[in-house]
Design a protein around this ligand. Structure first.
Ligand SMILES: [Zn+2]
Length: 97
């Protein structure tokens, strides 16, 4: 882990940048986990006249272009943010907004 300094970093609300005081109960910790569509890809037979072997070779070549870490990031990402009481109250009503 490279984030061992986090304990000493000042806590700020991710929305309004207000200072947050640990132990004062004035903020929320929000953990967001995003996972790419887990459905196996549909492979049409002979899509657009291209054969499956070419498709797979293209896919393998594409995968070589990204690092393993980047490939993982494309599948699953976890983010933790801090929100003050006010911002949390409006965010939780409309988290995708
Ligand atoms: Zn805030």
């Amino acid at each position: 882990m490279t984030e061992s300094n986090d304990d000493f970093a000042p806590l700020l609300c991710a929305k309004c940048l207000r200072d947050l005081t640990p132990g004062a109960g004035d903020f929320y910790v929000v953990s967001i986990e995003a996972v790419a569509d887990p459905t196996p890809p549909t492979i049409d037979e002979q899509p657009h006249g291209r054969d499956l072997k070419t498709e797979i070779n293209n896919l393998i070549r594409d995968l070589h272009d990204v690092s393993a870490r980047e490939a993982m990031d494309q599948v699953r990402r976890g983010v933790t943010i801090h929100l003050c009481r006010n911002c949390y109250g409006s965010w939780i009503e409309n988290p995708a907004g």
